[in-house]
Design a protein around this ligand. Structure first.
Ligand code: CO
Length: 134
């Protein structure tokens, strides 16, 4: 059912420093910071040959990233995102397997303009897991 790894999202305590590290030390193609007010994050997209990295930094007072950075002050992997062809079919299959979908269970439009869902990390070996319909 799952397809390609769409991205790995890393919460970072200093967005400029992290972007510069990927640009200079790792030689990656690094985009400009983009504010995503609906998601409470500022994101820097990094294009790799086979996937993307998203550097996440809190935006606003109620950012979902703030608590994560309090627990992980040096930053850390926040979630991974897999591609699926049909997000409703994927959700229903996962619910049937006993997995929990976060929020109201309905797909939302994610940072790439495509429908996304998040799955409870406790149901996926401690890893917050995003599905994106492509
Ligand atoms: Co994501």
């Amino acid at each position: 059912m799952i397809g390609r790894l769409n991205h790995v999202a890393i919460a970072v305590p200093d967005l400029d420093a992290a972007a510069e590290q990927y640009r200079s030390a790792l030689g990656a193609k690094v985009g400009e910071p983009q504010d995503e007010p609906d998601h409470g994050v500022t994101v820097v997209f990094i294009e790799l040959p086979n996937t993307k990295i998203e550097l996440l930094y809190p935006l606003g007072d109620s950012s979902p990233i703030s608590g994560f950075l309090e627990k992980n002050p040096a930053g850390g992997i926040h979630h991974i995102c897999y591609e699926v062809d049909d997000i409703i079919a994927a959700r229903d299959r996962l619910l049937e397997s006993g997995a929990r979908v976060l929020g109201d269970g309905e797909p939302k439009i994610g940072a790439h303009g495509k429908p996304v869902l998040f799955l409870h990390p406790k149901d996926f070996n401690g890893c917050l897991t995003e599905l994106e319909e492509v």
